[in-house]
Ligand binder design. Structure first.
Ligand SMILES: Cc1ncc(COP(=O)(O)O)c(C=O)c1O
Length: 436
């Protein structure tokens, strides 16, 4: 074998890539290392490789994930010299090699299944179990006694609570809730009041456990950005109840105080939260369409299976991705210049919000929001939001949004948007002052 390496002028690679001449590029070094590796494999007798495979054993004290990679490498080497093994053989070998601490898992794989098992599936379950083990150890160390449990893909009678109407409505439309109950409410949804009385944050002790918690901050329509303490409570509740938070941070770019811009600023959130966001509000992409979803690797079902794998499967089946043109636009937004330009536009809309808020407060209205959001949430006590909306439209020709459209807690409120040209905002302020 050494003679073969000398003949091919790659014997130096036996000492490792660090000993190759410094003037070589990284790519040249990598090519030589690959060639050396392949020559060694080719010069080995099938039996030597098979021996390497059959003597492979997993060790308790080594990372299972690294050992699976090692196993896959041996299989690759064997296949490189044209020894054919089918998926079932490889799976059986792997299950035989797994260490003692996986005995129960092995039994479940062998005896608990009626369907065929695939190598990829077994490997991902082992990886998931390993992550879960790490997670359990961390829980013990932290001593907070909270575990993610009871989370499944099954529907039960209380599966959702939310602080933005669109999430509830989408759930209803796709049939993920129960039947219509009364006053526009549906079974299977916990409706959480977010109003001035509770600082626009639900009283979590009053919420029954749900599978999913939809939470939007800064919020549309109230304009309220949840504080760090509020989000800590939300994450604690999700961990205790085995719920998954779907956190919508579409308005995060409007935050100007120290409210968290992402749920992942909260410790322990990666095991319980998905974050969705979008360029729609930070970069005016509503017509262009580009957003993103973050599924942490740590997020799993109660059996340890990673949610990321299901998400990946579904999204790559149902969606072929955003167009290149749109993605190029997104990258431009993320460039340094793009970020500076966007901040200027966001500041402009926030000034609009401030101008509107001052005007409406000066005529005696109670105004919420606007500080961390492009929306004002304005209260008209004793009125119905639709009636107020219609009256303002008729008298001032200004379009607002009736608060009750966002849910029962929105009754008697109007949402007023700051997304407009400055002269139109100033004109709206003149009309509000004259007519209200
Ligand atoms: C709460 C909330 N999330 C997200 C979005 C943005 O959605 P999309 O990215 O689909 O435009 C909006 C826009 O209206 C919104 O109000």
């Amino acid at each position: 074998m050494r003679a073969l390496l000398v003949q091919q002028r790659v014997v130096g690679a036996l000492q490792g890539s660090a000993t190759l001449p410094v003037e070589m590029s990284e790519k040249e070094k990598n090519d030589i290392m690959d060639l050396t590796h392949n020559l060694i494999i080719l010069s080995l007798d099938d039996k030597v490789l098979e021996q390497r495979l059959y003597s492979f054993k997993m060790h308790e004290d080594k990372s299972v994930i690294e050992q699976i990679d090692e196993f896959n490498k041996i299989i690759d080497d064997i296949e490189y010299i044209d020894v054919k093994m089918d998926d079932a053989e490889k799976t059986l070998l792997l299950l035989n090699f797994i260490s003692k601490s996986y005995e129960h898992f092995k039994d479940a794989m062998f005896y608990g299944r009626v369907q065929k098992i695939f190598l990829e599936e077994v490997q991902s379950l082992i990886r998931a179990k390993e992550l879960q083990k790490k997670h359990d150890i961390n829980e013990e160390i932290n001593g907070d006694g909270l575990v993610v449990r009871g989370r499944s893909d099954k529907k039960d009678s209380r599966n959702v609570f939310f602080n933005h109407q669109a999430y509830g409505d989408s759930g209803i439309i796709i049939g993920q809730t129960g039947e219509h109950a009364e006053q526009g409410k549906y079974n299977g949804i916990e409706y959480m009041k977010c109003a001035p009385e509770n600082n626009f944050f639900p009283i979590l002790s009053a919420v029954k456990p749900t599978d999913i918690i939809f939470f939007c901050s800064p919020n549309n329509p109230t304009g309220h950005a949840a504080s760090r303490n509020q989000l800590i409570k939300l994450v604690e509740t999700a961990r205790r109840n085995g719920s998954i938070i779907v956190f919508d941070s579409a308005y995060a770019a409007y935050i100007s105080d120290d409210s968290p811009r992402s749920i992942y600023e909260i410790p322990g959130s990666k095991e319980v939260a998905i974050e969705v966001s979008s360029f729609s509000k930070s970069a005016g992409f509503t017509g262009v369409r580009l957003g993103w979803t973050v599924i942490p690797e740590e997020l799993s079902y109660s059996n340890g299976y990673p949610i990321l794998r299901d998400f990946d499967r579904i999204i790559s089946t149902c969606f072929n991705g955003a167009s290149n043109i749109v993605q190029a636009g997104g990258l431009a937004c993320l460039s340094q210049q793009g970020q500076m330009d966007l901040q200027e536009v966001i500041n402009f809309y926030k000034e609009n919000a401030n101008i509107l808020a001052e005007t409406l407060s000066s005529i005696g209205l109670q105004v919420y929001g606007g500080l961390n959001s492009p929306y004002l949430w304005v209260q008209f006590p004793g009125t119905k939001s639709w009636a107020m909306f219609a009256e303002i439209l008729e008298r001032t020709h200004i379009i607002t949004v009736p608060g009750s459209g966002f849910g029962p807690s929105g009754e008697s409120f109007l949402r007023i948007s700051a997304f407009n040209h400055r002269e139109l905002i100033l004109e709206a302020c003149r009309r509000f002052t004259r007519f209200l």
